[in-house]
Design a protein around this ligand. Structure first.
Ligand SMILES: [Zn+2]
Length: 233
């Protein structure tokens, strides 16, 4: 019963995240227009077109009104959050499951938005910061976290001075927030892992300008999970 509830709540957050991703990429406000609409024919969607996961499957990925294809991203995001919320609930105690839910949410948001428009939304590092404060409240280690944060921030500022174009301010905010959450030594692993992933991606794409945010959030999310498994049991 609780598993099903987590699955449903996850899919609802997934549906909300799809709105944030679409409107974030298009530069639209979250509140205006208030109703979801088809990006192709602009028809406002009815509530039954908007049921997470089910509507997509029922409509076979096409708009009910104009028949244009709906991006599979809608289904993928809803499924990942639904499964993620359920798995967090099965394997972790409640407060940690909520923290992991929040991190998975912003991981997907940054993943899609940064890859699409090379920008990290501000709410991402704010959410990581809030999770970090909450985690400090639960598990302490304030002093070590401050040292971790200061070291990482210092390294990032030096890098920013050396390579102005390589590192966006969004990357710096996001990494600093994660360095407070992960503390030492994991924040160093996060820097190393995300840099290696970013460099590999740049080599594969044969491009010097790449979004860095997706690699920060991916490594940060998984390292926090590892951190919980090692230290909080
Ligand atoms: Zn349509």
């Amino acid at each position: 019963m609780w598993y099903i509830l987590n699955f449903i709540i996850g899919s609802i957050f997934g549906s909300f995240l799809n709105v944030i991703i679409y409107r974030g990429v298009e530069g639209l406000s979250i509140k205006n227009p208030p109703r979801s609409f088809c990006p192709n024919c602009k028809t406002s969607l009815k509530w039954y077109d908007n049921i997470p996961i089910l509507s997509y499957l029922f409509l076979r990925g096409k708009c009910r009104y104009c028949g244009s294809k709906i991006s599979p991203r809608y289904l993928i995001v809803e499924l990942i959050l639904a499964l993620g919320f359920t798995l967090h609930f099965i394997f972790f105690p409640i407060p940690i499951a909520f923290m992991l839910d929040s991190l998975l949410f912003i991981t997907l948001a940054v993943f899609y938005i940064d890859f699409k428009i090379m920008m990290i939304p501000d709410f991402a590092w704010i959410v990581v910061g809030l999770v970090a404060v909450f985690d400090t409240f639960l598990h302490g280690e304030l002093f070590l976290r401050v040292i971790s944060f200061s070291f990482v921030l210092l390294i990032l500022i030096i890098l920013k001075v050396l390579y102005k174009e390589g590192l966006g301010s969004g990357d710096i905010y996001l990494m600093s927030a994660f360095s407070f959450l992960l503390s030492l030594p994991l924040s160093f692993y996060m820097m190393i892992i995300s840099s290696v992933l970013g460099i590999l991606y740049a080599i594969l794409r044969k491009s010097k300008v790449i979004p860095f945010g997706p690699f920060i959030v991916l490594s940060g999310y998984f390292l926090f999970m590892i951190n919980v498994l090692i230290y909080y049991e």
